[in-house]
Design a protein around this ligand. Structure first.
Ligand code: MN
Ligand code: MN
Length: 318
């Protein structure tokens, strides 16, 4: 934060449909600005807190950040865990973006009148970057903030097992775990056990809480993902999930829709497909029946599932 920026306290905010990394990196970055830089800020959120993230905040003893549905022209805003306006709070185009801390592709949306604090690195989580900022300053987060940052890190990297994990994350997690006094693996198991959408049979939640749309060759496709500890109730719920996915594709006009149920303990997924079978039939995963695939070793939408679907579309030449 520099002197030529707005003097109003900046809001720190993650993306729409926030995940643990979006919420926890906002809280962590606010703590960093206050403790290390002496700058006051307000972490906020622009969506419901997922149940696992609520559990994590409880462990850390934090209140949920305030919910805001829009920012106003001239509001000072720091974006964490995203930099695309499509994923950002309403009003972002007119806001005064004073900082970005992120680990996603650059969209080119962020334009500013002044130079800003901008850090974007291809690491496993935004929380890893927040932790590193503390480390680089020779400071340590509080125990509560460390628990928060661990939550975002293990959530995004499935406790360092996802292919998006880097050596940077592998160094940060033990550092945080020591400060927090938690065993990362045990914490991960409890985090993912909290609020299992599959066990609750919450089909809407499974389809909507972590779903992305992609444009591929002029067609719109969608991939939802749910992380679980084991595949316990999968067979029992499969019919309902598939019916929900079919309806979603029909309603929204997706040429193909996938939902990946990922077992974090084995880093494997079961993938249900709906839409054009001449496309998803080309998926390189083990086909169990018409619409179900086993995908051992597959847990990353960004690095594994989306590329496989894009390839299947090319093979079907749609
Ligand atoms: Mn995120
Ligand atoms: Mn993230």
């Amino acid at each position: 934060m520099s002197d030529n920026q707005s003097t109003t306290k900046p809001f720190i905010i993650g993306h729409l449909k926030p995940d643990a990394d979006a919420i926890c990196s906002a809280i962590g970055h606010a703590a960093y600005l206050k403790d290390v830089c002496g700058v006051e800020s307000t972490p906020i959120r622009c969506g419901e807190i997922p149940e696992r993230c609520a559990w994590a905040l409880e462990q850390a003893g934090f209140e949920a950040p305030e919910l805001k549905t829009e920012v106003l022209p001239g509001d000072a805003v720091i974006l964490v865990d995203h930099n695309e306006f499509k994923q950002a709070i309403a009003g972002i185009e007119e806001a005064d973006i004073v900082g970005v801390l992120d680990h996603h592709r650059l969209s080119g949306d962020v334009r500013t009148a002044q130079p800003i604090y901008f850090r974007n690195e291809p690491v496993g989580s935004t929380c890893s970057l927040v932790a590193d900022n503390f480390k680089k300053a020779g400071a340590k987060p509080s125990k509560a903030v460390a628990i928060c940052l661990i939550s975002g890190l293990i959530s995004d990297t499935l406790c360092l097992t996802s292919p998006t994990t880097t050596d940077f994350d592998r160094e940060i997690l033990p550092w945080l775990s020591e400060i927090a006094g938690v065993d990362a693996e045990e914490y991960t198991a409890n985090f993912f056990a909290a609020g299992s959408l599959l066990a609750k049979g919450c089909i809407d939640g499974m389809l909507e809480s972590d779903r992305k749309e992609f444009s591929e060759g002029g067609k719109t496709i969608t991939i939802a993902q749910v992380e679980e500890v084991g595949f316990g109730c999968f067979d029992e719920k499969r019919g309902e999930i598939e019916a929900g996915l079919k309806k979603l594709c029909a309603d929204k006009g997706y040429v193909v829709g996938l939902i990946a149920v990922t077992d974090i303990t084995t880093q494997s997924s079961k993938i249900i497909a709906a839409g054009d079978a001449s496309i998803f039939g080309n998926l390189e995963f083990d086909r169990v029946d018409e619409t179900l695939f086993n995908a051992p070793g597959v847990c990353s939408r960004k690095k594994q599932i989306f590329p496989a679907l894009a390839k299947a579309m090319q093979l079907a030449s749609v």
